[in-house]
Design a protein around this ligand. Structure first.
Ligand code: FES
Length: 266
């Protein structure tokens, strides 16, 4: 059997024999995730401009506390610190934890944010490898539990799209069916989030794991095939859904601030 010798040229940080643009992926990840984290943190602390007509920003859904007219548990109690009076702060830990512990994102941000490793066959800044067996990275194993929460969030966001189809007539106060650009923005966001969630490695294991021969259960075999189909595009949906959820918040925010007009299609 023939073999190829691949020379190792030292193991200093960043040293490699690679000639391709290996650094481009980590740099784009750093910029993309960095932009999202900065924007999401800023938007979560605003606590306002998250609702416009029937549209609710996905960063603020479900609205557990907030606007007394709409929030599940009414307005903020008087003892609640005003700087933390934001419905987003109550809920964003769940979708945030889902993304943070995602198998794809882990591989991406380990490279981009702390160069562990910077890329395949590129010298690392450290010599020891501790894996994910000790604190804090052992917490990455909670991913499956965040998946359960993410599935609940998908249902809630889908209901938001349904509500975004009903506009209040200011003259009569009656709700009537309509479709605005905002409705489509929220709908596309739910579709992309679903494509991302349905391709989750944990979901694939949930529907197809635990069996010696998954093909012997036709329903689970079919579900496993569907999850595998989304899973093959998991990276693409991870990025598309990340930007769609950010854009959906931005859209609702700018409409609520009066800087953008929502165009009614129907
Ligand atoms: S592995 Fe990426 S969402 Fe579960």
């Amino acid at each position: 059997m023939s073999s190829i010798d691949v020379p190792l040229r030292g193991n200093r940080f960043g040293s490699t024999a690679r000639r391709d643009l290996w650094w481009l992926g980590p740099v784009l990840t750093l910029l993309g995730l960095g932009t999202f984290v900065v924007y999401a943190t800023w938007a979560a602390f605003q606590g306002n401009y998250y609702r416009f007509g029937p549209y609710l920003s996905p960063f603020y859904s479900p609205e557990i506390l907030g606007d007394p007219q709409h929030a599940w548990a009414g307005g903020w109690p008087s003892w609640w610190p005003s700087w933390a009076a934001s419905a987003a702060l109550l809920i964003l830990w769940a979708p945030g934890g889902f993304r943070l512990t995602c198998y794809y994102y882990r591989g991406a941000y380990y490279k981009a944010f702390w160069a562990d490793p910077p890329s395949c066959t590129v010298g690392e800044p450290r010599k020891r490898y501790r894996g994910e067996k000790s604190f804090p990275l052992i917490l990455q194993n909670t991913h499956r539990f965040f998946l359960y929460l993410a599935l609940v969030f998908l249902v809630i966001l889908a209901l938001d799209v349904w509500r975004a189809l009903w506009f209040i007539n200011p003259q009569t106060g009656q709700a009537h069916f309509g479709i605005g650009v905002g409705t489509l923005v929220l709908a596309v966001n739910v579709v992309l989030l679903s494509c991302y969630t349905f391709g989750c490695h944990s979901l694939r294991h949930l529907v197809g794991g635990g069996l010696d021969e998954v093909s012997k259960s036709s329903q689970r075999h079919y579900a496993y095939g569907c999850a595998g189909c989304f899973n093959r595009r998991h990276m693409m949906f991870a990025w598309l859904s990340l930007f769609s959820v950010m854009f959906a918040d931005l859209y609702v925010r700018l409409c609520a601030m009066g800087l953008w007009s929502d165009w009614r299609i129907v």
